[in-house]
Design a protein around this ligand. Structure first.
Ligand code: PMP
Length: 391
């Protein structure tokens, strides 16, 4: 017996429940293809929405930074890790987002956790959508503020909780803009109005919407007409921007505050300069090539219609490149994902704790690298596979 034996028992339990995660090695092959366990698959599980992670323009920019600064940042931004590449990207992000300033974090996860914990604490109230990303939930919990989880998108509960929180020192609403596992959009305009009425702050995580939504690619805040409001905008460089790292964009005072108080930024090594350079190049592409997001969104809409009309269970309100197909049971979801792999498609099997119990799902993540023929092939195989693995 060792003090670690309980771990093996727990792993066995997770395996029995279909909830064990296994490591896999994925080799990107370009053009949306990858190789997993020796099999060539079309990748419908990546967040590289605009196909930029393999873009030569990003590589060229990253190579220049790599040659100049080396592979690592050497220290946190507060100490000596902030290079010209970091400064340039922060300025570029602020211009892109139309905000006073922006601040980089090592990851989007760290941006959410560190920002929430820097904005609220004891004596404050934080309101969190039930389906928010884990990093928002973790930030709320770490903050020590009183946490109120509201039903998904339920603006009436938000209003009620804000009334109840009238005596709180500070109030903060946190939400994904495009929900990462459900693919639907938060009622951002209503949340902003409620926040403004009650003197609350609003933090919007645009991780899956930056570069994908909005006339200039700024995300769903732009699409909702919320430009210019003092919203705390969180983003990641790791999805549509094809790089790595997180950021917050907003008013100057907010950014100054986070630079000296957000612990996940203060006590973690700054981003690799090459990641900053690649993200800068990606922002240029987002601005110059709006056709990428337009094609992505119209292809996603076509796939959604095709799957829905075949009777598959797609949650209502799904609007972008994330298309979940609900199955419910984790084992069945895994079996369906395996069957799709045998037909050449990599689709993520999403299970608890990523989603609530009973809502396991296949999550299709479309990118601009999927051709109409790829999408048609996936739809046909999915319909066939799910007929033989009914939920
Ligand atoms: N927010 C959301 C909504 C996400 O889906 C993710 C990543 N899955 C993150 C934040 C974290 O971003 P990063 O991968 O850059 O840590």
């Amino acid at each position: 017996m060792t003090p670690l034996d309980w771990i093996t028992a727990e792993l066995n339990r997770l395996s029995r429940e279909g909830l064990l995660r296994k490591t896999r090695c994925v080799r990107p092959l370009g053009e949306g293809w990858c190789e997993v366990d020796g099999r060539r698959l079309k990748n419908f599980a990546s967040n590289d929405y605009l196909g930029l992670a393999g873009d030569p323009r990003l590589h060229e920019a990253a190579t220049a930074a790599l040659s100049e600064c080396g592979s690592g940042a050497r220290a946190s931004a507060l100490v000596c890790g902030r290079t010209e590449w970091h400064q340039r990207l922060e300025q570029r992000l602020a211009t892109f987002e139309g905000t006073d300033a922006a601040l980089l974090f090592p990851t989007g996860y760290a941006a959410n956790v560190g920002t929430i914990a820097a904005l609220v604490g004891h004596g404050d109230v934080v309101l969190c959508d039930r389906l928010n990303h884990a990093s928002l939930v973790d930030g709320c919990q770490l903050s020590s503020a009183r946490l109120r989880v509201y039903p998904h998108g339920d603006i009436e509960t938000v209003e009620r909780e804000l009334v109840k929180a009238a005596d709180a020192r500070r109030k903060l609403i946190v939400t994904d803009s495009l929900f990462s596992m459900d693919g639907d959009a938060a009622p951002l305009k209503e949340l902003w109005d409620a926040a403004a009425r009650h003197g609350a702050m609003l933090l919007v995580d645009e991780a899956h919407a930056t570069g994908v939504f909005g006339a200039t690619g700024r995300g769903l805040t732009e699409e909702s007409g919320l430009e210019g409001r003092p919203i705390i905008k969180v983003g990641t460089l790791s999805k549509a921007l094809g790089s790595q790292g997180g950021f917050v964009a907003g008013p100057r005072a907010l950014i100054d505050w986070l630079f000296t108080t957000a612990r996940t930024q203060m006590f973690s090594t700054a981003l690799a300069p090459a990641a900053c350079a690649a993200a800068c190049a990606a922002l240029d592409v987002v601005e110059r090539e709006p056709l990428r997001r337009q094609r992505l969104l119209s292809e996603a809409e076509r796939l959604r219609r095709r799957l829905t009309s075949s009777g598959l269970q797609i949650p209502t309100g799904t609007v972008g490149p994330i298309i979940p197909v609900l199955l419910g049971d984790p084992e069945q979801t895994l079996a369906a994902a395996r069957a799709l792999e045998e037909r050449g498609h990599l689709v993520a099997a999403i299970r608890p704790p990523t989603v609530p119990r009973g809502t396991s799902r296949l999550r299709i993540s479309l990118t601009v690298q999927h051709t109409p023929a790829d999408v048609d092939a996936l739809a046909a195989d999915m319909i066939e596979v799910l007929r033989s693995h009914p939920s």
